[in-house]
Design a protein around this ligand. Structure first.
Ligand SMILES: Cc1ncc(COP(=O)(O)O)c(C=O)c1O
Length: 320
């Protein structure tokens, strides 16, 4: 039998065995922010833990500002509504908690991940009677990808795992089992990541990133968002890419179903997301994409995105 102090000691021992770089965590259940990773905990009977009844989103911190927070919060609200999750407060209150947790972390570059759960109180299928929604915010360094993603490009495989049905793919729930299995399968087969293809043969998305293509006639083609997550980065780049149309690097930008065959014939294939930003895909299964090197549109889109992250009009100040 353990005392409360023994539990704290054990949680700290766990963290010292496996150090993590989580610099601040807010929990509505704790009623505030903690900075000791050992205390960044959630009750086991929270519906998000044992039934996967929770949603999340992730926004980036760039040079001490939060990038595109409103788009990420909008998607969070849509995910909450589809998952029948109650909000813990107003949008303004959630935004304020996110900003204040970021400030408490002191981190000026990294990621903010935040979750909404339907709360603890039973092990039932239905949320427990009287369960209060849980809101959690974690500040961490962000996902890190090898430098070769930029210099040499990324290799992907068509996953053997079925794509999520549209309702679950467009909702950012904590049910990422297909995404996890796809990534593990790809690594085991010597690739960097996987790509879902839908039941009609249309290209879907990768594990935690969208994919897009530059067709032979220089059109930036992005799969429709009705069967994949509406990536905030993709949506922003679809707007910013108009600058490349104006400069003649692209002829047009289109959001449409993309068949695997059309995709394989592309000049460039791109991975897009808050964590990877923009990376060129150079190999898909046994096929070489384009020249086999990251292409000019990937580089130009990355530059546009990074400019937008540093000096665009989608930055939220953090009162460090
Ligand atoms: C399944 C999936 N697709 C696409 C994305 C890209 O979305 P974003 O650009 O908002 O990071 C993510 C990341 O959140 C994801 O998890």
């Amino acid at each position: 039998m353990l005392s409360a102090n023994d539990v704290i000691d054990q949680l700290q021992a766990l963290r010292s065995k496996q150090p993590v770089k989580y610099t601040a965590f807010y929990s509505s259940q704790l009623g505030g922010i903690v900075t000791d990773p050992a205390l960044m905990v959630i009750p086991f009977d929270d519906h998000m833990v044992h039934r996967g009844h929770g949603i999340f989103d992730t926004a980036g911190i760039v040079d001490g500002k939060i990038y595109d927070l409103e788009a990420h919060l909008d998607r969070f609200l849509r995910s909450a509504q589809r998952s029948k999750l109650k909000l813990p407060g107003s949008l303004e209150q959630m935004r304020d908690i996110i900003v204040r947790t970021t400030a408490a972390s002191g981190r000026r570059d990294g990621s903010i991940r935040y979750w909404l759960s339907s709360g603890p109180g039973s092990l039932d299928l239905m949320p427990a009677a009287g369960a209060e929604p849980g809101f959690f915010v974690m500040i961490f360094p962000g996902l890190v990808y090898p430098e070769t993603f930029r210099t040499q490009g990324v290799r992907v495989m068509t996953t053997t795992y079925p794509i999520k049905p549209p309702l679950y793919a467009i909702t950012k729930t904590t049910n990422y089992l297909p995404n996890v299995l796809m990534q593990m399968e790809a690594k085991e087969a010597g690739f960097d990541n996987g790509v879902f293809i839908d039941h009609d043969g249309h290209v879907g998305e990768s594990s935690n990133m969208n994919v897009a293509f530059v067709s032979k006639d220089d059109v930036l083609m992005h799969p429709k968002f009705d069967h994949i997550l509406s990536g905030c980065t993709s949506l922003r780049l679809i707007e910013l890419a108009q600058k490349l149309v104006a400069h003649g690097l692209l002829k047009d930008v289109a959001v449409a179903h993309v068949t695997r065959d059309a995709a394989l014939a592309a000049k460039e294939m791109l991975l897009i997301g808050s964590s990877v930003r923009v990376a060129g895909i150079v190999r898909w299964d046994a096929h070489t994409i384009g020249s086999g090197k990251p292409g000019p549109v990937a580089a130009a889109l990355l530059q546009l995105l990074e400019e937008d992250m540093r000096s665009g009009d989608r930055l939220t100040d953090v009162p460090y």
